[in-house]
Write a protein that binds this ligand. Structure first.
Ligand SMILES: [Zn+2]
Length: 388
């Protein structure tokens, strides 16, 4: 990517598809994308000449079959039409996490459509940065749904880049381990998968241990950073700077796929980290400074307003803009503590303290030492100069 002040950016929205939604009691709320649009409008980002908004279109069945099995997709489509049959359970559907509901195929295809169109825009150099807030369904497998995910748009986008000969670094910062993505690329050395997540000791999908470093040709090209519950911004950023960024730099990718799940934030109802959106935005700055094209995906985040604020702040970082209302908490000389009231994008800082802090820092140091010793030395860069 030529050095520009701001990357040519495409933001995907989903106007006209509001009728597609998970059942009312389900934590995944696709309408977070509308909240994000409102925040970005207020920040003035939607008026910038370097940013264009596109409405998403569903991916075609053949594109989705690049990763998923036809019989699974057939079942997904039938379930989406209102049929319920026993085989759905065999494919992981029908429980609380992946309920069977009308339009579920269309919703999954829409998210995948935006991620694949985004990959195409980047590969054809029509955009340097694409953000699909509905993307990031990293748990879905070839033939099964799990963890709210039916179609793995992350894998599809990575496969689409890889089939064009591009080396992909997939950096997954969602609080849940990217198990579906890891499984898809475990034995490949052309797609580096890096997942920073809350440890599987305390959170679904109960895996993602640091010792899973890839197999065969893919050995060293799968990096897991399982953060213990309670980790704060400083601890996350230490792993970002000492594990994630060095691994990506060693790999010398052509493109970065970045999942910025906002379920890492303190207060998310599904997870137990103590992070704020400030550190996610800093991580986005680090990624932007690589100077590579980026396909950014929303991922999780189950307090809708906090997720939208975190994505807005992250998108400002990725586009090299600064939030205009950073100090908007000061109103008439009175500092209002609640972000909800002031409309600030930035979270207030929180830290873990006391003996817990020391124990967490020890664990982070151990993870850094593990990767410095065992995985970073295995990562090799492009054999020929990067194709740019
Ligand atoms: Zn998640």
């Amino acid at each position: 990517m030529a050095l520009k002040q701001h990357p040519d950016t495409v933001l995907f929205l989903f106007e006209g598809y509001e009728y597609l939604s998970y059942p009312a009691h389900h934590p995944f709320r696709p309408e977070r994308a509308n909240l994000l649009r409102d925040l970005l409008e207020r920040e003035g980002l939607l008026d910038k000449p370097f940013l264009s908004v596109r409405n998403a279109r569903p991916a075609g069945r053949r594109d989705i079959e690049m990763f998923h099995a036809p019989d699974y997709l057939e079942a997904l489509e039938r379930g989406s039409r209102g049929e319920f049959f026993e085989q759905l359970v065999h494919f992981g559907m029908g429980g609380d996490d992946c309920p069977v509901f009308p339009g579920m195929y269309e919703l999954a295809a829409l998210a995948a459509g935006a991620s694949l169109e985004g990959a195409g825009l980047i590969a054809s150099k029509k955009a340097d940065l694409v953000f699909n807030p509905l993307g990031g369904f990293h748990h879905a497998g070839v033939s099964h749904a799990e963890g709210f995910c039916y179609v793995n748009d992350v894998v599809l986008a990575c496969l689409d880049f890889a089939r064009r000969g591009l080396r992909v670094a997939c950096v997954d910062l969602d609080v849940h381990h990217g198990n579906g993505t890891e499984d898809a690329f475990l034995d490949r050395d052309d797609v580096l998968t890096v997942s920073v997540h809350e440890s599987g000791r305390t959170l679904y999908p109960w895996r993602g241990e640091e010792s899973a470093v890839g197999v065969g040709a893919g050995r060293g090209f799968n990096i897991n950073v399982p953060l213990p519950a309670g980790c704060d911004d400083g601890m996350f950023l230490e792993t970002m700077r000492k594990i994630v960024m060095p691994s990506v730099e060693l790999f010398r990718p052509d493109v970065v796929v970045l999942e910025i799940g906002m379920d890492v934030l303190q207060g998310d109802p599904l997870a137990h980290l103590r992070m704020t959106n400030n550190s996610v935005a800093e991580a986005c700055d680090d990624i932007r400074e690589l100077g590579l094209p980026i396909l950014a995906l929303g991922g999780g985040g189950y307090t809708p307003h906090d997720a939208a604020r975190g994505w807005a702040l992250s998108l400002l970082s990725l586009t090299n803009c600064h939030p205009a209302d950073m100090f908007a908490g000061i109103v008439g000389g009175v500092f209002l503590g609640s972000n909800e009231h002031t409309g600030m994008l930035r979270d207030m800082q929180v830290f873990t303290s006391g003996p817990e802090r020391e124990a967490l820092k020890d664990e982070v140091r151990r993870l850094v030492a593990f990767h410095e010793q065992h995985t970073l030395p295995l990562i090799t860069g492009a054999k020929s100069p990067p194709s740019k």
